[in-house]
Design a protein around this ligand. Structure first.
Ligand SMILES: [Zn+2]
Length: 197
């Protein structure tokens, strides 16, 4: 939905700036499912990770904690950029640690017409879902697309998204979720005013 996996990942802490943020990844299985939903992991990989997480709950907890640490570092960096604030150095250190770990698991593999980067690891490695996310964040930050990262204009949402529209004037994370809500609100405000006047 956000146009980049790393931004969708940040949005898994919903209502981030409210008094009661909603954690959408409370358990390791939620992280594995995020990997599946975003196409980073295959069904087979997810099945294996689910099995391993049940066999090794402590290791699964550590992997989830590390994923949350990565998510919050990515979040701090992108919200700072969008708000034109200095990027917190500590967040960049954390992201770089994850990016370097990801790089160690990358290998060139022959694909149809050219080679492509693929992640290689023990199929039961519970940290596998973190690596494509870290790499996605690094690629976005190092590209010119980074200037089109926005926050949703809905004050109760503020999700991050990549605005790849032609004129780069997209305002909402999702037209049906936040755009319509804002429109309906404006409609009611207008009606109310009309009644008052
Ligand atoms: Zn939104």
């Amino acid at each position: 939905m956000g146009g980049a996996v790393c931004l969708d990942f940040v949005n898994t802490l919903d209502d981030r700036f409210s008094a009661e943020p909603k954690e959408l990844l409370p358990h390791y299985v939620d992280l594995a499912r995020f990997g599946e939903d975003t196409g980073m992991l295959t069904d087979l990989q997810v099945d294996r990770l689910m099995t391993r997480s049940m066999q090794q709950p402590d290791e699964a907890k550590r992997a989830l904690a590390s994923a949350i640490q990565l998510r919050e570092a990515i979040s701090e960096i992108f919200y700072a950029l969008v708000r034109k604030k200095p990027v917190p150095a500590a967040a960049l250190v954390i992201l770089n640690q994850h990016v370097q770990d990801a790089a160690q698991h990358l290998a060139l593999m022959p694909a149809k017409r050219h080679f492509e980067w693929q992640f290689e690891s023990d199929p039961y490695d519970l940290f596998a879902p973190l690596r494509p996310i870290a790499r996605d964040a690094a690629e976005l930050l190092a590209s010119e697309r980074v200037e089109f990262v926005r926050t949703c204009a809905s004050k109760t949402c503020e999700w991050l998204f990549l605005d790849e529209s032609k004129n780069h004037r997209r305002r909402w994370c999702d037209m049906t979720k936040c755009g319509n809500r804002a429109k309906v609100k404006r409609f009611y405000v207008r009606k109310k005013k009309a009644v008052v006047s």
